[in-house]
Write a protein of this length. Structure first.
Length: 297
């Protein structure tokens, strides 16, 4: 806990409706107005709150408009409990966990950042509890998922190769993602490794329940993937910013164009030299995010 405080956040736990102990990071604003809208960050499929550490520090320590940031670990990821019922690793249950977190931490309205899986959860949240959303930032995700991108995720999550050191973890990430993430330097790759893996007996291990990756093997890619256009319509009345990786294989340019057509006020950012899903603290992305949320209160 002391290390967490020194790194800019406090660790919080909350209960799910079915009794799991789930984890969140709480970044308090530095010398700012506690009444400003907080930001809630939702990670990708097998990712966790650590993905948002740099962005959370930028937002909570903003020189002019610092604000509270919460970043969540879904069930089965990071420091949250693993679920014995593997069928509960689904969008509806995880959406309920987000609602439970907001209720526990006194958040009745917030700006939400959703990376990949987190953005899909936000589509559902917009449909069932729109009053919670003061604004939405979707990171490389929309109502249509490209088959090639999801198949790539399935394949690299289920590869047999496991790192035996932190340097090998970096090498594996470069092998999997290097062609799409040309903007990253060594420090960025090392940061990604420490966000994805945790150390166990001196060896980096993936910080999620393996059952989550196993689920992807059951998808029949011969059939069209379901879309979320009807849920996306619920975002139509909300301020919306969408970040797309320049080299993304999950969110297509065609889907982005259709999203902009259906949400004329949508703000777009292209993450140069990044694929799925962009690191939000790199380049000018965080500055554009700050500008977007400052207008929301």
């Amino acid at each position: 806990m002391a290390d967490a405080v020194a790194n800019g956040f406090t660790e919080k736990f909350f209960g799910s409706t079915d009794g799991l102990r789930l984890y969140a990071r709480n970044y308090q604003p530095t010398g700012g107005d506690a009444d400003r809208l907080p930001v809630v960050c939702l990670p990708g499929l097998t990712r966790n709150a650590r993905d948002f550490h740099e962005l959370a520090l930028i937002l909570s320590r903003d020189a002019t408009f610092p604000r509270r940031v919460m970043a969540l670990d879904y069930r089965g990821r990071g420091l949250s409990d693993r679920d014995d019922n593997k069928a509960n690793y689904n969008l509806a249950v995880e959406c309920g966990d987000v609602i439970a977190a907001c209720a526990t931490f006194g958040i009745d309205r917030a700006i939400f950042v959703g990376t990949s899986r987190g953005g899909l959860i936000l589509h559902l949240l917009a449909a069932i509890k729109p009053e919670l959303l003061a604004g939405v930032i979707l990171n490389d995700i929309g109502p249509v998922i490209e088959v090639a991108g999801l198949m790539a995720i399935r394949d690299y999550l289920n590869r047999d190769r496991r790192p035996q050191s932190w340097s090998e973890a970096v090498d594996i990430l470069k092998e999997n993602h290097g062609a799409a993430f040309t903007a990253l330097g060594l420090t960025d790759w090392e940061g990604m490794a420490h966000a994805i893996y945790r150390e166990q007996n001196g060896i980096p291990v993936a910080d999620y329940d393996p059952a989550i990756a196993e689920q992807l093997k059951t998808i029949d890619f011969n059939n069209p993937l379901p879309d979320l256009w009807s849920q996306f319509e619920s975002l139509g009345s909300m301020p919306l910013l969408v970040v797309r990786g320049e080299n993304s294989n999950l969110l297509s340019r065609e889907t982005m164009d259709e999203m902009a057509k259906r949400h004329p006020g949508m703000v777009e950012i292209t993450a140069k030299g990044q694929g799925h899903a962009p690191l939000l603290h790199l380049g000018d992305i965080s500055a554009m995010i700050r500008m977007f949320i400052r207008e929301l209160g």
